[in-house]
Design a protein around this ligand. Structure first.
Ligand SMILES: *Cc1c(COP(=O)(O)O)cnc(C)c1O
Length: 386
């Protein structure tokens, strides 16, 4: 049996895979089992922040690998403490809890919000408002947080206490707040899986006012938008609001599984010994990778992300076969006249690997993708769209 046959036989059927086996890569280039080269416009869904096999990242990770691969969270470990300090210094947040995925980072955010509200407002304040078309994860609770019914069916009953408002419609949020018992409002600065739709600054400003007036916590789900993706360290910085809790994962450790939940002065004291935990969370290898990634996200690199984003928008907008372009930074959704799946298949055939989000072609390239490769990829996408 070849790998594709083994995969179909032995791996749970949860993914509709493209007919490509990735065997290696370098930077923003990937190679399949036949040696065919692709420009990577997906980065493992916004995970390989600095591309594949970045030398500095490999050095940071292998140096730690030679020391110790894992320590229990019952002991101190330097990479984890250094990373938490770096994240707090660069965001102004006060404390960090480390997990291993986006769903876990959101689980932590939800636990913190509920405990904060129970202690400060009363146990009946346990509702979390999220947005329609959001995506917050696949666990039973983060599925409940996800405002898309397609993900809910088959797994009912889900965790109680979630209500869904309309993105960029403050009145719909206010109406749910008026029903009472709200602990927190949780939003993605740019809805990723929901079709690469950014929130507006006005909406975020109104959310902030509403949250402050009623002591409701604001949670930013930065699992996909975080770690430089939008051209700011975190997406909320670009939109100009101040969350009480930030969850992140995907690109944080540059390709290793890591999630983090950041808490501000208001929420930093909520979790106490025994209230939450993770065996692998803050793993030293992942933390070493994340330290390297976050330290690489300089003002210069972030400004480059914005420049590359502007290039993509201007190269695609108004072109034949392109209906609209949405997104922020290097997180871009392209609405095509042709079916997005068809456009993606054509791109893959022609050596470019994009991704899908709803009915759009989604781009999530490495933040350091060289301009020449980006130009080549855009040309292939334009050709595939007509
Ligand atoms: C991917 C994603 C998640 C889930 O992350 P996992 O690591 O797959 O658990 C949660 N929220 C957002 C916004 C995401 O894009």
């Amino acid at each position: 049996m070849n790998i594709k046959e083994k995969d179909s036989l032995y791996i749970a059927n949860t993914y509709g895979r493209f007919n490509v086996e990735i065997v290696k890569g370098k930077g923003s280039l990937l190679y399949d089992e036949n040696g065919k080269e692709y420009i990577d416009m997906c980065t493992g869904i916004a995970v390989n922040t600095l591309g594949v096999a970045d030398e500095g990242w490999i050095n940071a990770v292998t140096e730690q690998l030679g020391k110790v691969q894992h320590v229990s969270n019952l002991y101190y470990s330097a990479p984890q403490a250094e990373l938490a300090e770096l994240l707090c210094k660069r965001t102004g947040m006060k404390k960090v809890f480390f997990g291993n995925s986006g769903a876990e980072a959101n689980e932590c955010a939800i636990k913190v919000a509920r405990k904060y509200a129970a202690e400060n407002k009363g146990a009946e304040y346990n509702t979390i408002i999220t947005l329609i078309n959001s995506f917050h994860g696949r666990t039973v609770t983060t599925l409940a947080a996800t405002g898309q019914e397609v993900f809910h069916k088959d797994f009912l009953p889900l965790t109680k206490g979630f209500k869904y408002a309309v993105a960029n419609d403050i009145e719909s949020v206010k109406a749910l707040v008026a029903e009472g018992g709200v602990a927190a409002i949780m939003v993605e600065p740019v809805q990723g899986e929901g079709g690469v739709m950014p929130l507006t600054k006005e909406f975020c400003e109104e959310l902030q006012k509403l949250a402050e007036a009623q002591d409701i916590l604001l949670i930013a789900d930065e699992v996909q938008t975080g770690n430089g993706r939008t051209g700011a360290l975190y997406g909320y910085m670009k939109l100009g609001f101040k969350p009480d809790i930030v969850s992140t994962a995907k690109g944080l450790a540059g390709g290793l599984p890591m999630g983090a939940c950041l808490m501000n002065e208001k929420t930093a004291g909520v979790l106490t010994a025994g209230t939450h935990g993770s065996t692998f969370g803050g793993n030293p290898i992942a933390a070493a990778g994340a330290l390297y990634v976050i330290n690489s996200l300089t003002d210069e690199l972030l400004a480059d992300v914005t420049k590359k984003s502007e290039y993509i928008f201007s190269a695609l907008e108004g072109k034949a076969g392109i209906k609209s372009v949405s997104g922020m930074g290097l997180m871009i959704g392209i609405e095509t006249e042709k079916d997005a799946g068809e456009v993606i298949a054509k791109c893959i055939e022609n050596g470019v690997i994009p991704l899908k989000a709803k009915n759009k072609v989604r781009l999530l390239p490495a933040l350091n993708i060289p301009m020449e490769l980006l130009e080549k990829a855009v040309a292939v996408i334009l050709e595939a769209a007509v």
